[in-house]
Design a protein around this ligand. Structure first.
Ligand code: AMP
Length: 175
């Protein structure tokens, strides 16, 4: 079984020209989900990670499973306005306009070793904002793990330029 075969591609979603890489079909597959989580964890087992930061929304599913597997805690990186307690936030550029991600002000302690998890890295804008958030909170970003890389959009290079090691399990050419 190749986990890449379990990712569904939906052309022209959510708008014309975008090939949406849908991981719901991978998550629905019992051994596919397990294999994915195992592969996301494996390079980091024993490297002293103390916290997973999962990016809304699919990063919650994957990051939660990774945190469980490593027996460590999970921090939700959420879109602006969703978290109930005091937050710190970072704004980032979109193709049109800006967006903002937040974490709870007390969710990361100084010196925490944090692994960022999401389903896919495209331009890297969202993940770069998450890296900034973790660093602003005093945490150390040990790495960033994604199921899917869209290499043509340059996200991996962008994170590596911030000194963040990047793990991806598969890649799709194009955007
Ligand atoms: P970016 O900030 O450009 O790296 O975009 C990454 C975020 O957008 C991730 O949370 C992805 O879930 C989502 N995303 C971007 N492009 C795609 C795509 N082609 N298929 C599925 N999700 C995408």
């Amino acid at each position: 079984m190749n986990i890449k075969d379990l990712v569904r591609t939906i052309p022209d979603y959510p708008k014309a020209g975008i090939q949406f890489r849908d991981i719901t079909t991978l998550l629905e597959h019992p051994t596919g989900f397990r294999r994915t989580v195992d592969e996301l964890v494996q390079p980091f087992a024993g490297s002293g990670i103390s916290l997973i930061a999962g990016i809304e929304a699919r990063g919650f599913i994957l990051g939660g499973a990774v945190a469980h597997q490593l027996s460590i805690g999970f921090v939700a990186v959420r879109k602006k306005g969703k978290l109930p307690w005091q937050t710190i936030s970072v704004e980032y550029e979109l193709e049109y306009g800006t967006d903002e991600v937040e974490i709870h002000i007390d969710s990361i302690e100084k010196g925490d070793k944090v692994l960022i998890v999401d389903d896919l890295i495209a331009t890297g804008g969202t993940a770069a904002a998450a890296v900034q958030l973790v660093r602003d909170a005093g945490g150390e970003v040990v790495g960033a793990s994604f199921v899917i890389d869209l290499p043509d959009l340059g996200g991996r290079r962008r994170l590596e330029a911030m000194n963040v090691p990047v793990l991806t399990l598969m890649s799709f050419e194009g955007d």
